[in-house]
Design a protein around this ligand. Structure first.
Ligand code: FES
Length: 496
């Protein structure tokens, strides 16, 4: 019997991104059967996969943990109760498989005996040939590939540590690891689930379990009706997956699906980069995360309850997978009261009001296409959220970042970009410096042309000054980029 794996499980086992496997599937280098991959096929394509070496998986985990500070705080092991239930489930599967095997072994034995009897009573060349074939095949039974065994053992071990969840109708998959709830795990994996309070009060994260086993991990005050319970509904923020699960759940499809929010938060951290750039972390209250999509902005208000309140709109520079810890990159502007106040008069612990989210969703389109990000200067802030979302989602075939700045210090997160390059097999980065005799857009378009002969499948996300994004669009369309595949992140470079 062929052993089949989901694309997500297969990618984990050989330590590559899901996007990399999907690229091989699209090129017919790897076959799938109803979305599943045969173990033998996987080993044919990755004969040198180091099954005992999890370093690439660990590197990707680290990047995802950086994208979501909350996941660093979570223990990585499931609770003893979850582990015990998974062990029970795997043991049951083992017993059933053994019973099946015994049944088939008995059948083969009886068949062989009947063929022998038949051959003795009515000697025949055909029956003898069948007997010979059966004897040879049975002798080969013990020649199971050690690498195949190794891979299946590793798969079983990973199944003990994490459960795979498939969401219907989108078909997206994610893994539930450690002590995460279904909601936390889905958000960490870049899914835009419906949710509200994250603490079992509102019912917005209600989902129906179609198969698999889930476990309540925290009490919730929202009461599911008896009929909802009978139909298998759970609250994603209060349950975890114990075994592989199929879940029917609502996901936001566009920015319109995200409600307007107003949250009283706190300035948690401020890091000065040079003299005129601040990286600011804002933290929301524990049970009031900001729900947003990658590429969106919010309105920040300093001193919100005083007569001296100042507001400005900025792109969120962190992953939507963590709506509690939000990052903003804020450039000092002498003529703006907001930045003057922020740089000179605020300190960690000060109140900050958030209103939003505002703007379009950056990655609502086809996420498995090769993604190209182009930032001019501080436009990197808005793209950072998109990149972290794409890394979390792990669906894009490839991710390429071009970042053009007027001076070397303009690449103020160079180390982060290089860390992405080192950790992710499908990410690459090209920092560019403005050219004295060439507009930025022309300079970037030349670099893109040198890298990509064919732009027809690529999806561009661009953040920068208005003249830059308009000029680059024109140049890339001349390079045969379909206009519908060029997305501009509004308000990214020139906040109000
Ligand atoms: S998000 Fe409110 S009940 Fe789960």
């Amino acid at each position: 019997m062929a052993q089949l794996l989901t694309v997500s499980r297969a990618a984990r086992l050989v330590g590559v991104s899901r996007g990399t496997l999907q690229k091989k599937i699209r090129k017919n280098e790897l076959e799938t059967f109803e979305g599943m991959i045969q173990v033998s096929d996987l080993l044919r394509v990755y004969p040198k996969a180091q099954l005992e070496d999890d370093s690439s998986l660990e590197r990707v985990r680290l990047i995802k943990a950086q994208a979501s500070p909350s996941s660093r705080e979570q223990p990585q092991l499931p609770t003893p109760e979850v582990l015990a239930t998974r062990l029970t489930s795997l043991s049951r599967e083992l017993v059933e498989t053994r019973q099946d095997l015994q049944h088939y072994a008995n059948l083969v034995q009886q068949l062989a005996e009947r063929l022998h009897t038949l051959q003795q009573q009515h000697p025949s060349v055909a029956v003898q040939s069948l007997l010979d074939w059966l004897t040879t095949e049975l002798a080969q039974r013990s020649q199971v590939s050690p690498r195949k065994t190794e891979l299946l053992v590793k798969d079983t071990f990973l199944r003990l540590l994490s459960a795979s969840v498939k969401v219907i109708p989108s078909g997206k998959e994610f893994f539930v690891e450690g002590q995460h709830s279904l909601l936390e795990a889905a958000l960490n994996a870049g899914l835009s689930m419906n949710y509200g309070c994250t603490s079992g009060n509102c019912g917005a994260c209600k989902a129906r379990v179609l198969s698999g086993e889930t476990l309540k991990i925290r009490e919730h005050s929202y009461a599911l009706s008896a009929s909802e319970q009978n139909l298998g509904y759970v609250l994603m923020c209060s349950y975890t997956a114990v075994t592989d699960t199929v879940l029917e759940a609502a996901e936001a499809q566009s920015a319109e699906d995200i409600p307007a929010q107003r949250i009283n938060a706190q300035l948690k951290q401020r890091t000065e980069i040079g003299e005129d750039l601040l990286i600011v972390q804002v933290q929301t209250p524990k049970h009031q995360s900001l729900r947003f999509m990658a590429g969106q902005s919010v309105r920040l208000t300093l001193h919100p309850d005083s007569a001296e309140a100042f507001s400005a709109q900025y792109p969120i520079a962190s992953c939507p997978c963590d709506g509690q810890h939000l990052q903003f990159h804020i450039r000092r502007r002498a003529n703006k009261a907001f930045t003057r106040t922020l740089f000179a008069e605020t300190q960690v612990g000060d109140p900050v009001r958030l209103e939003g989210p505002i703007g379009i969703c950056g990655l609502c389109k086809e996420e498995s296409a090769p993604l190209v990000f182009v930032a001019q200067g501080d436009g990197f802030a808005a793209l950072k959220s998109l990149i972290e979302q794409a890394v979390s989602a792990d669906r894009a075939e490839s991710l390429r970042l071009y970042w053009i700045a007027s001076e070397p210090a303009g690449h103020y997160m160079n180390n982060l970009c290089r860390a992405w390059t080192d950790a992710l097999d499908n990410f690459s980065y090209l920092p560019l410096l403005s050219h004295a005799h060439e507009p930025d857009a022309a300079w970037v378009a030349q670099a893109i042309a040198a890298d990509h002969a064919d732009l027809s499948r690529r999806q561009f996300h661009v953040a920068g000054g208005a003249a830059f994004v308009a000029h680059l669009r024109e140049l890339l369309i001349q390079q045969q980029l379909p206009a519908a595949q060029y997305f501009v992140l509004e308000n990214a470079h020139e906040p109000a």
